[in-house]
Design a binder for this molecule. Structure first.
Ligand code: ATP
Ligand code: MG
Ligand code: MG
Length: 568
């Protein structure tokens, strides 16, 4: 059955195309409000909308739904353009969107997208004209109720609303008052323009919703041109319509808004896109609301929007996530009609699978323990050849030095070791990756009884069978570097679910970041470029931090461990 593998949105579009709707055109959009940075939930929406446009040979718009001047900023616009471009790069057929005012990158326009992002604020004049049309048609009126009164009049799920005393103003009076609203004759919030629909509708969104508010606020694009601003509901669908969007895909909370979306398009007699709702992405150990993400940043629970523990696209990028892994994740979780919560392990599996393929291998000792190979001479260096990827000879190899003094991981030695411990123990043997076998002859301790050094003999024979293999780094050649170990920002599966008197902040994981200042890394990593990834063998995937690294002195962010140690 061919339809079984198509998600429900693809099936809707298949049917629309078969019926010749919109002349077979598919045009989607991603409509963020520029009031914060994008998060992994937005990534799902971008992948879905962009993926559909690509699949059907259609178009994809990036549009800013910038109707709320108080919370919106150019900084957010720029970061969103950049994050969207990062995510869709490599989808093919696109060079991405241009940040406002930036030069064209090439003369050939990409086919899949309109390279300039759109702004709902560019439609303010048209939206105003349409409001006037609704007034003239007797479908909208100026209302003098305060916000408080309006709430009272609106009724509830069980009780119908009451008509506003201004509901039957004449068209002439409404036109005049609306014009005065625009001209700044009234105080902020003293009047609104409302649609005249049905105060008894079982759907509260249809009880004469607000179309315009008076608000003297500087808008990041229109400046002080307007002192009235259109509501989100009044703006969103008409913006879709202006752009010729065919399928307006949004999250389930907007299901109840669909009748209103349809009402505007119908009453105005304009192109009517089809709104389709899907389940928003929720992840375990994460919060996804922009308000909460903003709070984490403002109260400095994290270092910024790009803190690698944040599930913002910025944070994930700095953590070492690739666009390919994020797209694979979005593909895998699919598109559903019912809300659910995805296990964070899915996201981590996606980046592991991607980096397993592409990240070159290296050796890094996070918590060093010195080992002296007593049968090697002081100053002697044995050059070894190490493959950059065990399954991919085409990725080449590198030289690593073996010297008399090396470091191994503290946890790879145990004095009182259980039988199944196949790493190093007194009198025991272990293989050094790419080098040979060492035997532990002597354990040196300080006055407090802490192990400070092991003295071992080295045997270059590779043919002997020894159970364990450990990583190591030459001591005199080692790069001492800062390595940051990240864990989930929250310590519980559902951080939003805080007990009485507590908030999501009480669910922060106090151990979400461990900074190691004395990691010993193989010397080839001195040249590691910011923004590249490595697998430290046996340890995890690490990304060279693009912000804090300096030439010759990279800082490494752990992207993920090699295995999922969390849910098991
Ligand atoms: P928040 O509720 O955190 O403020 P938002 O949904 O209001 O976020 P917008 O900027 O309005 O943020 O979102 C832009 C688009 O991204 C919308 O179409 C919205 O449906 C979609 N989106 C937002 N969050 C998610 C999510 N968790 N999963 C899927 N899509 C999402
Ligand atoms: Mg929103
Ligand atoms: Mg929202």
């Amino acid at each position: 059955d061919k339809t079984a593998s198509r998600n429900f949105i693809q099936q809707i579009i298949d049917a629309d195309r078969a019926a010749g709707k919109n002349a077979g055109r598919v045009h989607t959009r991603f409509p963020p409000e520029p009031n914060g940075y994008l998060h992994i939930g937005h990534a799902k929406s971008i992948c879905l909308n962009f993926g559909l446009a690509k699949e059907f040979g259609g178009k994809f718009n990036l549009r800013f739904d910038d109707t709320n001047p108080a919370k919106e900023e150019q900084e957010y616009v720029d970061s969103i353009v950049d994050d969207v471009n990062w995510l869709i790069a490599g989808f093919g057929e696109t060079e991405g969107f241009r940040v406002q005012g930036s030069a064209k990158t090439s003369s050939t326009e990409p086919s899949l997208l309109n390279p300039e992002p759109f702004f709902a604020s560019d439609y303010f004049d048209q939206l105003y004209a349409w409001a006037v049309q609704l007034i003239k048609d007797g479908k909208a009126y100026v209302c003098d109720l305060t916000a408080e009164q309006m709430r009272e009049y609106r009724g509830s799920l069980t009780a119908p609303g009451k008509d506003s005393p201004n509901r039957n103003r004449t068209v002439a009076e409404n036109l005049d008052l609306f014009e005065q609203m625009r001209a700044g004759k009234f105080a902020d919030a003293s009047r609104t323009l409302r649609a005249k629909i049905d105060m008894a509708s079982p759907n509260i969104n249809m009880r004469d919703p607000v179309l315009y508010r008076i608000k003297r606020a500087h808008h990041h694009r229109t400046g002080d041109k307007w002192c009235i601003y259109p509501s989100y509901d009044y703006t969103h669908g008409q913006s879709d319509s202006i752009e010729g969007i065919t399928h307006s895909i949004c999250t389930l909370e907007f299901e109840n808004h669909r009748p209103l979306y349809d009402w505007f398009c119908r009453e105005l007699g304009i192109h009517h896109p089809q709104q389709i709702e899907f389940a928003r992405l929720n992840l375990t150990y994460a919060v996804m609301s922009k308000r909460k993400l903003l709070q984490l940043v403002q109260e400095k629970h994290v270092t910024g929007w790009d803190d690698p523990r944040m599930l913002t696209i910025r944070g994930l990028r700095r953590r070492g996530y690739t666009p390919e892994a994020m797209r694979a994740f979005c593909e895998r979780i699919g598109v559903a009609k019912f809300n659910s919560t995805i296990d964070m392990a899915w996201l981590e599996d996606a980046i592991r699978e991607d980096l397993n393929e592409r990240a070159p291998r290296a050796m890094g000792v996070l918590r060093p323990l010195k080992v002296v190979l007593t049968n090697l001479k002081e100053g002697e260096t044995i050059e070894l050849d190490a493959p950059n990827h065990p399954q991919k000879p085409e990725m080449g190899s590198r030289k690593i030095p073996l010297t008399r003094e090396i470091y191994i991981e503290q946890e790879d030695f145990m004095e009182e070791a259980p039988k199944k411990f196949f790493r190093l123990k007194p009198e025991g043997e272990v293989r050094l990756r790419c080098a040979g076998i060492i035997k532990c002859d002597e354990v040196v301790k300080d006055a407090a009884g802490k192990v400070t050094e092991l003295r071992c003999t080295f045997d270059p024979d590779h043919s002997r069978k020894v159970k364990g293999t450990i990583h190591w780094v030459s001591a005199p050649n080692a790069l001492t570097a800062e390595v940051r170990l990240y864990d989930h920002l929250f310590g519980v599966e559902n951080p939003d679910n805080a007990p009485e008197g507590k908030t999501f902040l009480d669910n922060l994981n106090p151990n979400s970041l461990e900074i190691l200042k004395d990691a010993k890394l193989e010397p080839s990593l001195k040249k590691a470029k910011p923004g590249t990834s490595f697998q430290f063998e046996r340890t995890g995937y690490f990304y060279v931090d693009p912000v804090d690294s300096k030439p010759g002195q990279p800082v490494f962010n752990r992207t993920s461990t090699l295995r999922d140690s969390w849910t098991k």
